[in-house]
Write a protein that binds this ligand. Structure first.
Ligand SMILES: [Mn+2]
Length: 325
């Protein structure tokens, strides 16, 4: 069932058992996978092993994750004393902010990184144990294998955290990373009491009216380029201000545009800050288009099916339409 990480899983369990104070680091612009995996680990460490553990994140949480966590706390402050932790664990997309929080490794401190992106590359930190494998849909799937490997009983709470990450990173079983194994894991987690309908309601069905209005503006402007198969639209700074739009809203536009039949990929340009335009690219497995190649041409990055880039400039209207200047 697992992908051959028996050695790492054995070492990780030893480190968890040896530890006293554990710092769990979620990534910036946190999503369901980073938060779900961080809190599943925390729950096991605190309730299962009697350790001290806290979750820290470089950014504050979007409302839906706050709603999901209820009374559970995430430390946002950067003023936390990192030295007292004998174990630091990074959960998901660790290049996004881990080294902002853990600038250097203390003596007698162990570092474990869990990721499912091939981009796992640390500038300064050398982890003691690292798992990063794209065959995993999510870090929550890695943790499921870890608990399963050690025959650790997953409580309803742990199951719900793990299902949150699996649903988040597979886009409710819609992305190409939804393997038969993912479906089996989801079924297993539901049998342990995790509520699929509760997660879907909290995470995916809690839109603000402004979000839909922002999407409406962007969709009105969408155009298909028949040569490239791109469906392109844009969101101005004014739109984002009027409707209090955030990064999540913009990726939502790119994802919906990507569902238009006959297209190869979607691109949404959005004005951020004074003189920056961000591009969000999405494609689908069956479209056979690697959008990370487009992103890399513009010094961006990401996955094959979901990437982004940032360029200097503003969106300017001219005779034929809009361009970045
Ligand atoms: Mn993830």
């Amino acid at each position: 069932m697992d992908f051959g990480f028996a050695k790492e899983f054995t070492e990780i369990k030893k480190e968890l058992e040896k530890s006293k104070d554990v710092l769990i680091v979620a990534h910036s612009a946190p999503d369901g996978d980073t938060i779900g995996s961080s809190f599943a680990l925390k729950e096991y460490l605190v309730s299962g092993l009697g350790k001290n553990a806290i979750v820290i994140c470089p950014d504050s949480l979007p409302q839906y994750l706050k709603d999901f966590l209820g009374s559970e706390n995430v430390e946002i402050s950067e003023n936390i004393n990192r030295k007292k932790f004998d174990l630091v664990i990074g959960c998901d997309a660790v290049e996004r902010g881990f080294e902002k929080i853990v600038a250097k490794k203390e003596n007698n401190q162990k570092i474990i990184l869990l990721d499912h992106h091939t981009t796992l590359r640390m500038k300064k930190i050398k982890p003691d144990i690292a798992i990063s494998d794209e065959r995993y849909s999510s870090v929550c799937e890695i943790l499921f294998d870890f608990f399963d490997f050690h025959r650790i009983e997953m409580s309803r709470k742990i199951a719900e955290y793990l299902l949150l990450g699996v649903l988040g990173d597979t886009g409710i079983f819609q992305h190409a990373n939804t393997t038969p194994k993912v479906m089996e894991i989801a079924a297993n987690l539901m049998r342990r009491g995790a509520s699929l309908s509760k997660i879907i309601r909290l995470v995916f069905k809690n839109k603000r009216l402004e979000t839909l209005k922002l999407w409406g503006r962007a969709m009105e402007r969408a155009e298909i380029n028949p040569k490239t198969g791109a469906i392109v639209s844009y969101v101005t700074k004014q739109d984002l201000e009027d409707l209090r739009g955030d990064a999540e809203d913009i990726s939502g536009v790119a994802e919906i545009l990507n569902t238009v039949s006959g297209t190869k990929f979607s691109l949404v340009l959005s004005e951020r800050g004074e003189n920056r335009v961000k591009g969000s690219l999405r494609s689908e497995e069956y479209k056979d288009t690697d959008v990370s190649e487009i992103a890399r041409l513009l010094r961006g990055g990401g996955h094959r099916l979901s990437s982004g880039f940032e360029i200097k400039g503003k969106l300017v209207k001219d005779g034929n339409g809009w361009k970045v200047e």
